[in-house]
Design a protein around this ligand. Sequence first.
Ligand SMILES: [Zn+2]
Length: 406
Amino acid sequence: MDVTVALGHFCDKHGPCVLLCTEKSKDIPKEQILSQSLVCSACESLPPDTVFTCQDEHYCYITSRASLNTNVAHTLKDVVLRSLSIEVVEEKGKKSGTIYFGDDTRGHIISHVFNIRDSLARGFRRKFCIVVLGNHQIPLLNHYNFIEDNLRHISEELQQKADNSTSAKETTAYRRDFEQFQNASKVQLRPLPQLVNEHNVFAHLHMWFVFLLRAKIYRNVPHSVPQCPVECSSVNMLRELGKEMPENVFQTILYCTLTGITVTECNTDILKHFRQLLPKKFALPASGKSCEVFKKDNVWSCKFDATFPINIPRLISSIEVAVKNPDISDTTLSYHLMDLIMHWFSNACVLSWATNSCDELMRLLEIRKCDLPLLAYWIPQSGGCIEMCTTDWFKKFADGKSSESN
Ligand SMILES: [Zn+2]
């Protein structure tokens, strides 16, 4: 992510202005774009032909009065204007604090607004902001606390220096200064180095801003999401089969696959699309009733001798409805199926953990008689979700149980 850090202030003469901007670049610029805007003493920062640079193995970090990139320079002007004149930043009654605003077109901004004491300014305070501008929202907001902490730290340091540099004598001179300010129209407002009594304050800010840019926090770091026990990757094939097969054939294969009845196929290779509807670690039945699927003269049929129930498990009917819904995309269907399957996998897990009061629990889980053929197959296999538990509840449970039986 491209990130730029900038300092802005509100000038009594010129309104909101950018004072300093730090950005990273592959190379040190050969020539500096000279800022044409008029600068008063309050708006003074680096001379237009001066930049601070430092470098690491990957990038150069350049601090200048305005961004070297014209688009970024315009955006920053807008961001400082918005931070100091439009957005309301108030924390616990103080007129300072941190805000986020922005969009994908203009960029995403975390802006920290604060005041610095100035005996010559209106209200004896000058308004400043430090903004962090990035082109991606999530990585920026993921590190909101880190950025806010640092911006607050920088601003507090500046405020402290300004307070320290204001001697007791100067405090008593406030009123006189203010009267002078009121009487003389051409009062020279002091630049930041004088306000904080630190000649090198811009070099100091350059180092802070480079630290923020080098923090390596703005990368998209892959985080470890636990593997989902269900993966529906070929829903498009399932959809095609739903259209091609007679309804009773499609429903029978679904029913047999999901309730642990052996399904075999003759000269076809379609069962894998049905088996993706089972949680990954489920074992296929080795014996018992069976169902045979075949395609003859382009017509799908199946041979299933056992009695087919009148009411099928609700997961099966939900899957059928979802697969035959033409209004949802394949991607959405895939996640929707995962959601439906995970719901029943979760029910099976909970029932496999329960030691007694199963009737009551089943009522609470809203399990009906028609769902039992499915659960009878799923409950014994639901140990797969043990891996998903962070606590060793199972071990504790097993230990407790064995000590009880001893
Ligand atoms: Zn100015």
